[in-house]
Ligand binder design. Structure first.
Ligand SMILES: Nc1ccn([C@@H]2O[C@H](COP(=O)(O)OP(=O)(O)OP(=O)(O)O)[C@@H](O)[C@H]2O)c(=O)n1
Ligand SMILES: O=P(O)(O)OC[C@@H](O)[C@@H](O)[C@@H](O)CO
Length: 228
């Protein structure tokens, strides 16, 4: 038994401000999307990888990733990240566990993926999270309404990992209700399932703006340009 990975890669990278999809930008000579896919390609328990690509970039993405044997399909994505993942869920068969991982998070490690997979075999819904370093406040119209107990605040990352029936049910419910969440787990939470966390990694950043490319270079330099 193993898992299927869904990699949403159909965004436009507006906050990066480049003409091309940010996932085709290179970090130390390799594109962000190839870096992300290669980590999953090397994981024994990852049986297949589906990519959601922008409808105009499906062919480009197929060509760009054609040497990765586990890439089982490049599916046209939708308007929001959630729609893109939903399109892939519609074609998924023969898998017990589904991991969703942002194409824009190339620094995920083998160790964290394997840890998450093992945890998903015990619990049906598990996500990577790191303890918040800053104090988090709820703010409305520029005024603080509430300060949260930092010890209970976590920043969540991807991959987010679920039993297949759990994620399918959660996405179907969200579609029916017209609910859009900012991560996959929020859909699963509102479907009534307990979502567990396991320790993430502060290096597992989502490359979103130009500053993140500088951080990306420094992460690679520290790692000695070796894939982990
Ligand atoms: N309709 C969309 C929007 C986003 N994504 C993917 O979801 C991941 C996380 O999204 P984000 O980092 O916000 O990427 P973009 O949507 O491309 O960025 P922006 O919001 O700045 O346009 C990315 O790998 C992105 O390609 C997707 O598959 N389909
Ligand atoms: O930036 P966006 O809201 O488009 O996407 C974020 C998601 O992909 C996901 O990585 C996080 O919500 C988890 O922190």
């Amino acid at each position: 038994m193993g898992f299927t990975t869904i990699i949403p890669a159909a965004g436009q990278g507006k906050r990066m401000g480049t003409e091309i999809n940010k996932l085709f930008l290179e970090v130390d000579g390799e594109t962000i999307i190839r870096r992300t896919v290669s980590v999953f390609q090397e994981i024994e328990k990852c049986e297949q990888i589906f990519i959601a690509a922008h409808p105009n970039e499906v062919h480009l993405m197929e060509e760009h990733l054609k040497d990765f044997s586990k890439v089982a399909g490049v599916i046209p994505g939708g308007k929001e990240r959630q729609h893109s993942i939903n399109e892939v869920l519609k074609v998924l068969i023969d898998t017990e566990v589904v991991m969703v991982h942002d194409g824009a998070r190339p620094f995920i490690t083998h160790e964290k993926i394997n840890q998450l997979y093992q945890e998903t075999l015990k619990n049906n819904a598990v996500i990577l999270a790191v303890q918040a370093k800053d104090t988090i406040k709820r703010v409305i119209d520029g005024v603080v309404e509430e300060t949260y107990d930092r010890a209970t605040m976590f920043q969540v990352q991807t991959p987010q990992s679920f039993s297949r029936n759990v994620i399918l049910q959660a996405y179907n419910l969200a579609e029916k209700d017209g609910f859009i969440g900012t991560d996959d787990a929020s859909l699963v939470e509102r479907a009534g399932y307990k979502v567990h966390i396991t320790n993430g990694d502060y290096d597992n950043i989502k490359i979103t703006t130009h500053e993140d490319l500088i951080i990306a270079d420094s992460i690679l330099e520290r790692r000695g340009n070796c894939d982990v």
